[in-house]
Design a protein around this ligand. Structure first.
Ligand SMILES: *[C@@H]1O[C@H](CO)[C@@H](O)[C@H](O)[C@H]1NC(C)=O
Ligand SMILES: *[C@@H]1O[C@H](CO)[C@@H](O)[C@H](O)[C@H]1NC(C)=O
Ligand SMILES: *[C@@H]1O[C@H](CO)[C@@H](O)[C@H](O)[C@H]1NC(C)=O
Length: 304
């Protein structure tokens, strides 16, 4: 008793950095920022039922309080409008370039999604009538699991060595993709990334932002996708062509990265686009995207 008390006193002053930033609705129906408390035996923040409340701004000065609130529903870790730019990387795993017949890129392939594409770790992914049927065009919905980088500090013209100082942490993201618009109507070899990937709700992310103190090396994490419970993607971030440091430094060469900006870093193999007999996603399909030590987002496709 006395020993643990002493340990607490000793360690308390060092507990200044949150480990798993979450934003959630509590049982009092109010929205809080918090540091997720993990249940025993899991590192999936989506399973957290409570969090220590954080006051202030997680992108600036904040304080982790001793107040614990229960989690009724996890939201995206930042409100959509705090994320001023959603950067996404095209082909960034050799396995994905091989399955899609794309060249291994010499430089990172960058495209953007509007922040209206961001979605929570659990809400439906809406597929509008236009995206399903426009011009009698068959819907070809696909999944992509990705490691997401969250920028903490403004970055301009920084080196790879400086890159991680500008990162708050990592989330898992789902780069929802309509291959019909992205590829078939893209005027190959120029894909229409924005038409194919930018619709409202087509970027679920979360369930937490796991800090760089928990994940000092982001190139060692397993990431996976399950569709209706069946594993479809399962690879490691060690296989990224351009790693986190390279991407952050490269994108900063002439564009300012702002606090709260996120970077979806590309998907490994296993997507429908790479399959001989694709099983395109349809209304009611449940997609889980997962990242080791971070957690899962589980969203259902919904025709609206
Ligand atoms: C779609 O197909 C239906 C049935 O073949 C046809 O009646 C309709 O005119 C088509 N619509 C468009 C926009 O091509
Ligand atoms: C970018 O960084 C390099 C190396 O630190 C420096 O020489 C150069 O002046 C910087 N350019 C701009 C536009 O800040
Ligand atoms: C992914 O593969 C690893 C190594 O083979 C295995 O341990 C793990 O269970 C797989 N994950 C999923 C979600 O299938």
């Amino acid at each position: 008793m006395r020993l643990s008390h002493t340990l607490l006193l000793l360690f308390f002053p060092f507990l200044v950095n949150a480990q798993r930033f979450v934003r959630f609705i509590s049982t009092d129906n109010r929205v809080y920022n918090g540091d997720a408390i993990l249940p025993a035996g899991t590192t999936d923040a989506a399973k957290s039922r409570a969090a220590r409340v954080i006051t202030g701004d997680i992108l600036g000065d904040y304080k982790i309080t001793s107040q614990v609130k229960s989690i009724r529903k996890l939201l995206a870790p930042l409100p959509n409008e705090r994320v001023r730019t959603v950067r996404c990387v095209g082909i960034n795993y050799v396995s994905h370039s091989e399955e899609t017949g794309a060249d291994v890129p010499e430089w990172p392939i960058l495209f953007y999604k509007p922040f209206t594409a961001l979605n929570t770790p659990s809400d439906p992914i809406p597929i509008t009538e236009g995206y399903r049927t426009q011009g009698n065009f068959t819907s070809k919905m696909d999944y992509e699991t990705e490691l997401v980088i969250v920028i903490k500090k403004t970055a301009f013209n920084i080196s790879e060595d400086e890159a991680l100082d500008h990162v708050l942490g990592y989330s898992v993201g789902h780069d929802v993709s309509h291959r019909g618009w992205q590829v078939d109507r893209g005027g190959q070899p120029r894909p229409q990334y924005s038409m194919g990937k930018g619709a409202d709700g087509w970027a679920p992310w979360g369930p937490a932002i796991v800090s760089t103190s928990i994940i000092p090396d982001p190139q060692t994490l397993r990431l996976w996708t399950k569709v209706n419970g069946v594993t479809q993607q399962n690879e490691t971030t060690a296989n990224m062509i351009f790693g986190v440091k390279q991407l952050v430094a490269f994108f900063s060469m002439g564009i300012t990265l702002l606090p709260g900006d996120v970077i979806f870093t590309g998907t490994p193999s296993g997507v429908n686009l790479g399959k001989a007999n694709p099983d395109w996603l349809k209304d009611g399909d449940v997609v889980e995207v997962g990242l080791e030590n971070v957690g899962t987002c589980t969203n259902v496709l919904k025709y609206v």
